[in-house]
Design a protein around this ligand. Structure first.
Ligand SMILES: *Cc1c(COP(=O)(O)O)cnc(C)c1O
Length: 365
């Protein structure tokens, strides 16, 4: 059996009627920028995330950039970011002219190590961006405690964590601003680009609404130098069709994750650890092994698709050569990049497909 890493078409086919109907509703509505479909999605997603407000944006990177701008963070400022994350987290900080200051993760959870945060704070630090990597919430209270002690803002990068819970409460408004991506491969994915910010702070939500729309609240009156970063109503319709199914899809991911955990217990493979009080949504199921490249090659031979998230940490990317960070200045991020391997997981991976993956892994190691 051929097991692809992820089949994006399967989610569309499961909900084809509802998605087609939603898209047709937008096409015949006459509203093609913002309007009622975007507003309806914003209300539904805010409610789902247990947040007061949601602002729909063009993509997840813009959600991070505009969140930093809403907090007036810019040149001369420092922002603490995880050393191991998708590079978007760092690029957002760079895009506003601020300086990303990396902090290493706890390798057991892959998330930012809060015990290392305080030593990274300087007089210029303005914010911390924890990332809920692979769908597992970071230690938000630990981050908030350091932020409060030093007067810093907190922006969560929740691009991989739709529906996850921290201490019983959904990710969505634990901190100042929570950033979402609806890139097609995310747990809640559009059929194109999309993004959002959720928050309980109405002042920041109002600033984001202006920033996404040319800095204007009233047409042709521009309060600030904004951008064009609006959630497309056709994508809002797709997301509205999918949102009612997200919890069911998450349950399927959680069952698959439990299956991997029990299959690999007692082997040489290192599975992710979930601290108490945290409910991950398994955007990715990432194992670790020193023989990563070898295992990936064996799985490819067995027609099992895998990916590496991420093969090169941001500080080792040519894009960040200007920071002059030596590869071993962030040894945990460097080592994880050499050892991580993402196995297939998703709402449309059948038990038979998972059995094929597990058998291929167990016969390889
Ligand atoms: C996907 C992702 C983003 C960026 O989202 P886009 O919608 O692709 O711009 C940001 N951060 C993380 C951790 C992501 O996984």
């Amino acid at each position: 059996m051929n097991v692809p890493f992820l089949d994006l078409r399967a989610a569309y086919l499961e909900l084809k009627d509802a998605i087609d109907e939603g898209v047709a509703r937008v096409l015949s509505s006459g509203y093609y920028i913002l309007g009622p479909e975007v507003e309806a999605f914003e209300a539904e997603f805010a409610h789902y995330c247990e947040a007061a407000e949601c602002v729909g944006l063009a993509n997840g990177l813009d959600a991070l950039i505009l969140s930093l701008r809403a907090l007036d963070i810019g040149p001369g400022d420092e922002v603490i970011v995880p050393s191991n994350t998708y590079i978007a987290t760092w690029l957002a900080v760079s895009a506003v002219g601020a300086h990303p200051v990396p902090v290493e993760p706890d390798p057991a959870t892959h998330n930012i190590d809060v015990d290392r945060l305080a030593q990274a704070v300087t007089a210029r630090t303005r914010a911390i961006i924890p990332v809920h990597l692979y769908g597992q919430p970071a230690d938000i209270d630990g981050v908030l405690a350091v932020a409060r002690a030093h007067g810093l803002a907190v922006i969560e990068d929740a691009a991989q964590a739709h529906g996850a819970r921290y201490k019983g409460k959904r990710i969505g408004a634990h901190s100042d601003l929570v950033c979402w991506s609806f890139y097609p491969g995310k747990n809640l994915g559009a059929l194109g680009d999309g993004g959002a910010v959720t928050t309980n702070r109405s002042d920041l939500a109002a600033r984001l609404r202006m920033l996404r729309n040319y800095g204007s609240e009233k047409k042709y009156h521009n309060e600030v130098k904004g951008v064009n970063s609006r959630l497309d109503p056709i994508q809002a319709a797709v997301l509205r069709a999918k949102l009612p199914h997200l919890d069911e899809w998450t349950k399927r991911r959680q069952a698959l994750a439990a299956g991997y955990h029990s299959a690999f217990a007692g082997t040489s493979l290192i599975c992710p650890e979930t601290p108490a009080g945290i409910e991950p949504v398994w955007h990715l199921f990432v194992i670790r092994t020193v023989d990563r490249d070898w295992l990936q090659a064996r799985l490819t031979e067995s027609s099992v698709g895998t990916l590496v998230h991420y093969p090169v940490p941001p500080h080792m990317q040519p894009a960040y050569s200007d920071l002059k960070l030596k590869p071993d200045s962030l040894p945990i991020a460097r080592r994880l990049a050499d050892e991580v391997l993402s196995l297939p997981i998703g709402p449309h991976l059948t038990p038979d497909m998972q059995r094929t993956v597990i058998d291929a892994v167990l016969s390889a190691i």
